[in-house]
Ligand binder design. Sequence first.
Ligand code: NI
Length: 186
Amino acid sequence: MENEKRGKVLEITELGDPVLWERAQEVEDVTDPAVQALIDDLIETAYHANGVGIAAPQVGNRERAFIISSHPNARYPDAPGLEPTAIINPEIVSKSEETVKGWEGCLSIPGIRGLVPRAKTVRARYTTRDGKNEEKEFSDFVARVFQHELDHLDGVLFLDRVESTRDIVTEKEYAKLLESMEGENR
Ligand code: NI
């Protein structure tokens, strides 16, 4: 399925907008044209903003839907390439005990990165945009994106997940960190 650019680029809500702290509501009918349009708009908005995922509250919508659109871009040069995937009414069935710390950003928190511990793998249930129930396992980068986006549906931001405020850095300092990591072991 190709991204046919059916959606519109929407304005992204930013830190301080109360919608980002609310719990989103279950989607009742995935086939509702408004839900289908929301998915198209999320795909287009994430693509336009170099995001690897975006959740409905980030465009001011209070429904339990997000998309994962992992692809290498300026903000995430090492992201794996995946078709944009809509995830509706998700729940995590199980997660690995093993957690991994990784750097995250958020389109709603521009200019900031945080080092966030997440489960390395998650097994999740969700509805697709065609209304099918899926159960799938995600690991590593995609598992991280999944957990980050699911948090958005529960009003949780990555800033709530860092272990220390010193694990929060600006993009400028993050770029320096990446350079020094490349020098060491990448
Ligand atoms: Ni985010």
